[in-house]
Design a protein around this ligand. Sequence first.
Ligand code: DX5
Ligand code: ZN
Length: 230
Amino acid sequence: METGSPLATLRAASPVILPSLLLCDFGNLEHEIRAVEEGGAQVLHLDIMDGHFVPNITYGFTIVEAARRITDLPLDVHLMITDPARYVSRFVEAGAALVSVHIEAVPDPRSVLDQIRECGAAAGLVLNPPTPLSAVEAYLVHCDFVLAMTVMPGYGGQEFDATVLPKIRDLRRLLPAEVLIEVDGGINAQTIGTCAAAGAEMFVTGSAVFRTPDYAASLRDLQNLAKSKR
Ligand code: DX5
Ligand code: ZN
């Protein structure tokens, strides 16, 4: 893979903090994106929820396209939707450079992952906290990154689930170095270190950035904490 993919850059830059727009002020989207970009963010994480696969509804193509117009940062689109295969190409057209789909939502993970790569984006598989590693093992060779949820998906601001840590360690042992591990949910100054020590390289943060007064300082502190625990 790698053609047109930002994964090699991210690997070199790791640990990478990915602000999740879920908790930003959508009335000031451009200001919010510029603030995290100027604060040193290297990727933006966009949470797509359909009210079916998860109980909450967020936004779709329009916001991804808007983010694409505002910034050149790679967009990491986390699909929490039923039947993601139907929408993958539209999200890549809208500007996604990384696309992840939930193992719990796809009957044929290999074909969706291949589809994401064929569209020119990096392909990620997501596991919810109760989903065992054995559920994804057969598909890891089709992944450019794996996202281990550290909360049940649906809402920002939830408490980190530390029972996921052994799974992150096992994933890091199983995966080749070029396949990055992303964590998402409850990542903050108290929890980022244990995830980094377990082997994660990409850290999604909603409230730990957008619910703080100084985005740049929060991003810098999180990155330093992740760095020091590797
Ligand atoms: C939760 C989303 C997360 C969320 C993280 O379903 O996938 O990306 O925005 O928010 P925090 O960091 O507040 O848990
Ligand atoms: Zn997410």
